[in-house]
Design a protein around this ligand. Structure first.
Ligand code: AMP
Length: 399
């Protein structure tokens, strides 16, 4: 990731910089670069960014700097939609805190309350949890926010989707008026905007939504192909790219099933899977787990995966069928690319002669011109329009 700004330029304290060096964070991610300086001023701030972009450190580093470890009261509250995300935020926050004496409490549902109450009574300064459990602990008198300095609403859109609005509002009303509010959200859905308008004071806004992150971390190409040569081209690209993990997107369930048939003959059954709207939720969850664990190498999917499911860091995306809607392109390609690795994601979109216009629409949507990926023996055709502009040509990785 390229950026001229380093962690030193963001206004962070020396001990924070030392800690970042210790854990190997060399340069700030885009959301960190833009969000941290604003958050450090004490202003309310909205950051539009999704999971995997480094958003936890973006809100947690300014929070950690503010906490007085000698004062055993709750000073920072982070609300997150799920137990899993709360646990991730907790783990990342503790890593960032290093051996500072800051005390944390993780307050999530589905876990015994006893330990959580003990941690609070021991003087937790940073509380991370789901709105339901936090509210519950408040009601029982174990949590008070009289000395709260910062409240963070992480993945605000998902919290509202889940139906946490009443809990969130009750919690926010129990926080001091002069607190700082930081809100992180992948989308700025109207409900999120309403919440922000109601509970934040002239917030600054940092937009690092999927489109912008995508441009920086994902190498995107189009490849021309004749309709009847798509499968041989796919096999060739897989052989050339040797992807660590790949999602191949098709437009239809039938198309996905057909490809799955081809690959299930070639690969071991735990290495390839197919996912579309007909698959029951339980099976989808299993597929996603296996993709996250790295066991699954090839997933053939329709847009259900692009839209609803939270996966990032897939090394390759192949749009075997060009997506019908430009937004689906953004969602599909957003499944690759991440910050914690040096490896950039790659996305290749198959385009037939008839689909030149659709490619142009995608390019308008992402405000970028895709370079052509050329595979020898597959130069199906060349569009005149494309020949006129300077076509950047790329081959397979490492060649
Ligand atoms: P997050 O979006 O906060 O869930 O972070 C995604 C992953 O990126 C986590 O594993 C972080 O540890 C890692 N990460 C966050 N910021 C940086 C950074 N500046 N340099 C390297 N890795 C990072």
């Amino acid at each position: 990731m390229e950026s001229s700004k380093s962690f030193q330029d963001l206004g962070l304290q020396k001990r924070t910089l030392r800690r970042l060096a210790e854990i190997g964070y060399e340069s700030p991610s885009p959301i960190q670069r833009e969000f941290i300086p604003v958050a450090l001023t004490g202003k309310d701030c909205i950051g539009q960014a999704r999971t995997g972009t480094g958003k936890t450190a973006a809100f947690m580093l300014p929070s950690l700097e503010l906490v007085d470890s000698a004062d055993r009261v709750v000073q920072v509250l982070v609300l997150a939609p799920t137990r899993e995300l709360s646990e991730q935020v907790h783990a990342e926050s503790r890593r960032l805190a290093g051996d500072s004496r800051i005390r944390f409490a993780l307050c999530v549902g589905g876990r015994p309350m006893g330990q959580q109450i003990d941690d609070l009574q021991a003087g937790a300064q940073i509380v991370i949890g789901t709105p339901g459990r936090v509210q519950d602990l408040m009601k029982r008198g174990h949590l008070r926010f009289d000395d709260l300095e910062i409240v963070v609403l992480d993945e605000a859109d998902r919290m509202l989707d889940i139906g946490f609005r009443p809990d969130i509002e009750r919690i926010l009303r129990a926080c001091p008026k002069d607190r700082q509010t930081l809100l992180l959200s992948a989308t700025m859905a109207p409900e999120v905007v309403r919440l922000a308008n109601r509970y934040m004071e002239s917030p600054a806004s940092v937009d690092l939504s999927e489109d912008r992150v995508m441009v920086e971390t994902i190498e995107q190409f189009y490849v021309t192909v004749d309709e009847d040569r798509k499968l041989p081209l796919l096999l060739r690209i897989l052989a050339l790219e040797k992807p660590r993990q790949v999602i191949v997107f098709t437009r239809t369930k039938r198309g996905a099933d057909k490809l799955f048939e081809v690959f299930s003959r070639r690969l071991k059954s735990d290495r390839v899977a197919c996912m579309h709207g007909d698959l029951p939720q339980r099976k989808r969850d299993r597929v996603i787990r296996s993709l996250r664990s790295g066991q699954l190498r090839l997933l053939i999917a329709t847009d259900v995966v692009g839209r609803g499911i939270d996966i990032s860091g897939i090394s390759h995306i192949i749009n075997y069928d060009i997506p019908e809607y430009c937004d689906d392109y953004v969602h599909r390609v957003g499944r690759t690319g991440r910050l914690s690795s040096d490896e950039n994601g790659r996305a290749v979109t198959f385009v037939t002669v008839a689909q030149g216009g659709e490619l142009t629409n995608i390019e308008k949507r992402i405000n970028d011109v895709l370079p052509q990926y050329v595979v020898e023996g597959f130069e199906a055709f060349r569009q005149k329009k494309r020949e006129q502009r300077s076509v950047r040509r790329f081959g397979p990785q490492n060649s």
